[in-house]
Design a protein around this ligand. Structure first.
Ligand code: ZN
Length: 465
């Protein structure tokens, strides 16, 4: 009998990695993501299965917690076929290159320090290198197109549908036959929301004998996006009119493009005081180019911008500063700059330089538009810190801090339940990709609103289909 085992994102949010094992022996892996935050140290550990025996890898989307361990999988012998949408492949390349470079850099720094103590042999090597990432993209792969079934093995068919989470994201449906009976197992991937500005299309799925659904926000409903957009625009306007500068820490994929869209809306509607906008993140710049390349897949407003200006995100006041020297020159600007930089939770990257240069000045502001995990510098500031230590210097926080919570690339409880309600046939429900306490609340909500039982998947537990 076929079964699914989760080797990541079971009772936690990160490290998505689920294996479908068919009775015929075929092994299909859905995602192979990085563990992040508290679970980070698990990345170096064994997968819990033999990568050499995996026949097929399906990728739902290019976020690091869904693709981050693929180079390790390849390094450890995976030679099967990879299937993903074309934008997912291209975004994954950007994401994995960035991740490999960071890991190599971190390794070099640690190694140098350990060398001075004579302990360099104890420094663990990076999980993978840039070369490993390059090798991964030499493997055979197939591009999936939304709503077009693909035959991947005898009697096995996969179908990718738009998940509306980030560019290229998909819900994956796997159809197979066992003892003459056809079955369908569905992995939701991360599900988006139809209110999204950049990727609003969330496709329905007609049937599943078993559904593995994400539950990141299964415990709550989001604030209204409209209200958040208003708050965002007001904060930008107020700061610029007060002759200050706006700093926006932002995730490179999706959130940055949303912010660019909002700023462009303001510019076109003459709501934006005169300013210079800098996208100061090489990774976000590369991602933004990919979003523009696939403008046909974006929401109606993005497509309109493209039709009318020949460019989705660009407008005269926006500059991309890939180059370090260009980035440094931003510091010379006294007022009227809007700076978008990473990392999104302020744990590294160029945002730290901008904080160091601008946090002490009460005319400036920081607008947080994304989730700040516990233990990060971003969370510390959001929670009202008066001082921060950046590059061995104590910085007084006098800039105004705005936290805007309504932007989310994930569906909330209502969104997830309504999406499930639209299935014509829905069998087993298995909850993955969520924290245990939130999953318990989600499970209750499913019971109450859909009258169905859901199961919270445990690490490596066999779920028979
Ligand atoms: Zn995601």
């Amino acid at each position: 009998m076929a079964f699914v085992r989760s080797f990541g994102a079971a009772e936690v949010v990160t490290g998505s990695c689920h294996m479908l094992r068919l009775k015929s022996g075929i092994r299909i892996l859905v995602d192979c993501g990085m563990f992040q935050g508290r679970e980070e140290e698990w990345n170096a550990g064994p997968f819990g299965f033999d990568p050499k025996k995996v026949d097929l890898l399906l990728i739902t989307h290019a976020h690091l917690d869904h693709v981050g361990r693929i180079p390790k999988l390849v390094k450890e012998g995976f030679e099967g076929m990879i299937v993903a949408t074309k934008p997912t492949f291209e975004l994954a390349q950007v994401v994995l290159m960035d991740s490999a470079k960071l890991m190599e850099e971190e390794f070099r720094t640690r190694y140098r320090k350990a060398q001075r103590r004579g302990e360099e042999k104890q420094v663990p090597p990076p999980l993978y290198t840039v070369e490993d990432v390059e090798n991964l993209f030499l493997l055979p792969h197939t591009y999936a197109r939304y709503d077009k079934p693909l035959k991947v093995a005898k009697g096995v068919r996969v179908l990718f549908r738009n998940a509306g989470h980030i560019l290229g994201s998909a819900t994956v449906e796997i159809d197979y036959k066992e003892e003459g009976v056809g079955k369908t197992v569905v992995f939701s991937g991360d599900l988006g929301t139809p209110h999204d500005i950049v990727t609003p299309y969330v496709a329905d799925v007609p049937k599943a004998d078993a559904l593995f659904i994400e539950s990141t926000y299964g415990d709550r409903n989001h604030k209204s996006l409209k209200k958040s957009v208003r708050e965002f625009k007001e904060a930008v306007r107020k700061t610029l009119l007060n002759r200050g500068n706006v700093i926006i820490p932002s995730f490179a994929i999706e959130r940055t493009q949303e912010v660019l869209c909002l700023l462009k809306q303001m510019y076109r509607n003459r709501e934006l005081p005169h300013c210079k906008i800098f996208l100061d993140s090489p990774m976000a710049i590369r991602a933004t180019h990919l979003f523009s390349k696939y403008h046909n897949e974006l929401g109606p407003e993005c497509r309109r911008f493209y039709r009318e200006d020949g460019d989705v995100f660009g407008f005269p006041w926006l500059r991309f500063t890939s180059d370090v020297e260009d980035s440094k020159r931003i510091n010379e600007i006294e007022r009227g700059a809007v700076i978008i930089a990473g990392s999104g939770m302020c744990t590294g990257g160029r945002i730290l330089h901008h904080f160091k240069n601008r946090l002490w000045n009460e005319r400036n502001c920081v607008i947080f538009v994304g989730y700040q995990a516990e233990g990060t510098l971003g969370r510390h500031i959001v929670e009202g810190a008066q001082w921060v230590r950046i590059y061995n210097e104590d910085i007084r926080i006098r800039a105004k801090i705005y936290t805007i919570n309504g932007f989310s690339a994930h569906a909330d409880q209502r969104g997830l339940i309504e999406w499930m309600r639209r299935f014509e046939k829905l069998g087993k429900i298995a909850l993955i990709h969520g924290e245990k306490e939130k999953q318990l609340l989600f499970k209750k909500a499913i019971r109450k609103q859909l009258g169905k039982r859901a199961h919270i998947v445990r690490y490596k537990e066999k779920i028979f289909l």
